[in-house]
Structure formats: structure tokens, C-alpha cells
Design a protein around this ligand. Structure first.
Ligand code: FMN
Length: 215
């Protein structure tokens, strides 16, 4: 898979709702490179997101250079371990739910191996009256995650880099008015996509008014 026709076709056949139901955080990634055309394709999906006043505030910075990924990885790892320490402590309790433990292990794996992910895709955006409008970027971010699912790439949404945001933004050459919002590590998955664990919608869907115990 590398000709322009292959890239153009890849993922086009995945039904939308099936893609949505089987998109999950893929944090175990192979080191093999990802074709530039595919990175472009998933970012293009990002550009079809809605945005206030159709401002299309997004910029995508795809970091492939190994030295730059090592620089980012070192800081991400440090910030993530600090952030996750209370959860790691809580997980020592034998009663800690197994699904949460698996999630934690995968997130720690990503933190320890993020420098090996072939693409660090940063989504950066827009400030209004000096305040970052991060919410303006999340529809684009979700489109990218779904597009990765469609073409068979592994990806996950991360925001822990915000702990060293100014430093990383300067490193990426972003001006202050275009701060990074998310870092999406992308690569070919080691495992497979599948349905993520979710509560049934019926407990969360309320008709006409909120009820603590919906039918
Ligand atoms: C706003 C936001 C920030 C997140 N930040 C991180 C992060 O920094 N690192 C990480 O490993 N996962 C991060 N995640 C991913 C969540 O942990 C993940 O979506 C959740 O565990 C569900 O995973 P699943 O879809 O595989 O079930 C973030 C998710 C959201 C929505």
C-alpha cells in the first residue's frame, strides 16, 4: 500500500457508525513509518470538522524526525508519570477494576514508548482575547481519530503535553496565538481495533428532563 490510488481508496469502505463504535485509544504502535499521504489524508478528514463561524482554526504539525520525537517523548514521559502517579498507587489495591488497570497499563506503555511512534501529530489552534479556544479543535481531533481508524492506523488522543506546552509550542515554532491542544501519536497498531468498553446509552439518555434513574 503506497500508490496514490491505494491511499485514496484506503478506509473509504468503512461504514461511518461501525467506524465510530470501533474507534478506541490504540496506544501500542509499531515503529514502521507511516506514508506521508496517509498523514495528509487523516488531517484532511480533520479539516471537514465544524468550527465556530467556519473559522477553520486548526493547524497540524506532524513530527517525524526521530530526534524531535525523542525530545517530545522525554518530556511527555516525565509529565505523564507525574500525572498518573495517584492512579498507579490506587491500582495496587486488589479491588481496582481490571478494565481500568488495562487502560492504565496501555497509557503507561504509550508514555514509555511514545518516542517510537512514527508520527507525533500536534493539533494547534486559535486564541480569542488571549485565551486558547481548545474546544474549537476537538471536532477536528475526533475526525482525525476516526479517519485513523478507517485507514487502519493506530492513534489516541493525548493532552498531557499541556504540562510543558509553552516549551513544546516554541520548539515546534508555533506563535503564541496558535497554541497546541492535542498530541496524537500515530502508527500502525500492534493490536486490532475493536469495540471499547462503554456503558449502555440508556442510562445516560434522558427524555425531556434529567432523571437520576432514566428508564
Ligand atoms: C480530553 C482528553 C485527554 C486525554 N489525554 C490523554 C493523555 O494525555 N494520555 C493518554 O494516554 N490518554 C489520554 N486520553 C485518552 C483516554 O484515556 C481514552 O480515551 C480513554 O481511556 C478511553 O479509551 P478507549 O476509547 O480505548 O476505551 C485523553 C482523552 C481525552 C478525551
Amino acid at each position: 500500500m503506497s500508490s496514490p490510488t491505494d491511499v485514496a481508496r484506503l478506509g473509504e469502505e468503512v461504514p461511518l457508525l461501525e467506524g465510530i463504535r470501533t474507534t478506541r485509544a490504540i496506544r501500542r504502535l509499531r515503529k514502521d513509518p507511516v506514508p506521508e499521504a496517509l498523514v495528509r489524508k487523516v488531517c484532511e478528514a480533520g479539516t471537514f470538522a465544524p468550527s465556530g463561524g467556519n473559522r477553520q482554526p486548526w493547524h497540524f504539525v506532524a513530527v517525524r524526525d526521530p530526534e524531535r520525537r525523542a525530545w517530545i517523548g522525554e518530556r511527555y514521559r516525565r509529565a505523564f508519570h507525574e500525572y498518573i502517579a495517584p492512579a498507579v498507587e490506587a491500582s495496587r489495591d486488589p479491588g481496582f477494576p481490571e478494565a481500568k488497570r488495562r487502560n492504565l497499563r496501555a497509557a503507561l506503555h504509550l508514555a514509555d514508548h511514545i518516542h517510537e511512534a512514527p508520527v507525533h501529530l500536534f493539533v494547534a489552534g486559535w486564541t480569542r482575547r488571549g485565551r486558547p479556544q481548545l474546544q474549537a479543535l476537538f471536532p477536528a481531533i475526533q475526525n482525525i481519530l476516526l479517519a485513523c481508524r478507517a485507514v487502519g492506523l493506530g492513534a489516541s488522543l493525548t493532552t498531557v503535553h499541556q504540562a510543558f506546552q509553552r516549551e513544546v509550542d516554541a520548539y515546534l515554532g508555533l506563535p503564541e496565538e496558535i497554541p497546541t491542544c492535542a498530541l496524537i501519536p500515530i502508527g500502525w497498531p500492534e493490536g486490532r481495533y475493536g469495540r471499547p468498553p462503554r456503558e449502555p446509552v440508556d442510562g445516560r439518555l434522558h427524555w425531556d428532563h434529567f432523571s437520576a434513574e432514566p428508564e
